[in-house]
Design a protein around this ligand. Structure first.
Ligand SMILES: [Zn+2]
Ligand SMILES: [Zn+2]
Length: 199
């Protein structure tokens, strides 16, 4: 069985659940600086949050100058994952909403679907394939070579958390190079996470 992330408009606007687009969350009254791209120094675009046992994993990626900021790489500073582990949450905003935010928010329901791997589960899913936003845990289906990143705190290969489709609508999709796949990894010990994509 594979846990598929399925688009569900009834699950929108929930601070403490997996979702894509919309606004990121922070601990109430805490100061959180919006992540900036190491290459072009502009604000990264908030992509979404994935709920795990170590917290909400917030994915940010630069889309200011697609392809030019090494935003596909887990280690070059073109993307960033922030983990928020708290019950008291509020939304927060970038300085520039056009650069920092995606237009559409997608809520997510998790549906366990039969299959040995992601591709099989995707085949077995009876609904519209475009509503499949990715999967949670299990094994990654790599498009290119295995690029499991190493953790900066313990130097071990990180835990695979999720693989992500670009999204249901081309206009508001995440940009993983066109028909690419995003991959989220974390470290339960260090409470850190990394993101990369392939196409
Ligand atoms: Zn950039
Ligand atoms: Zn670690």
């Amino acid at each position: 069985m594979i846990k598929l992330l399925i688009n569900d408009s009834k699950q929108k606007g929930l601070l403490n659940e997996t979702s894509f687009g919309g606004l990121p969350v922070k601990v109430i009254n805490s100061i959180m600086e919006w992540p900036k791209c190491k290459s072009c120094t502009s604000e990264m675009k908030y992509q979404g949050k994935i709920k795990t046992n170590i917290g909400l994993e917030l994915i940010f990626m630069c889309e200011n100058d697609p392809g030019m900021c090494d935003e596909w790489s887990p280690d070059e500073g073109g993307n960033k994952v922030i983990i928020v582990n708290n019950e008291s949450l509020e939304y927060f905003n970038p300085e520039n909403k056009e650069i920092g935010l995606r237009e559409t928010e997608y809520g997510v329901k998790i549906i366990e679907t039969a299959g040995e791997n992601y591709d099989e589960a995707r085949e077995n899913w009876k609904g519209n394939k475009r509503e499949i936003l990715g999967s949670l845990f299990g094994e990654p289906e790599w498009i290119q070579n295995d690029e499991t990143p190493n953790c900066d705190c313990c130097n071990k290969g990180m835990r695979f958390v999720s693989q992500l489709e670009e999204g249901p609508d081309h206009k508001t999709a995440m940009n993983f190079g066109g028909a690419g796949v995003g991959y989220l990894f974390d470290c339960e010990e260090g409470k850190t996470a990394k993101f990369l994509w392939q196409c």
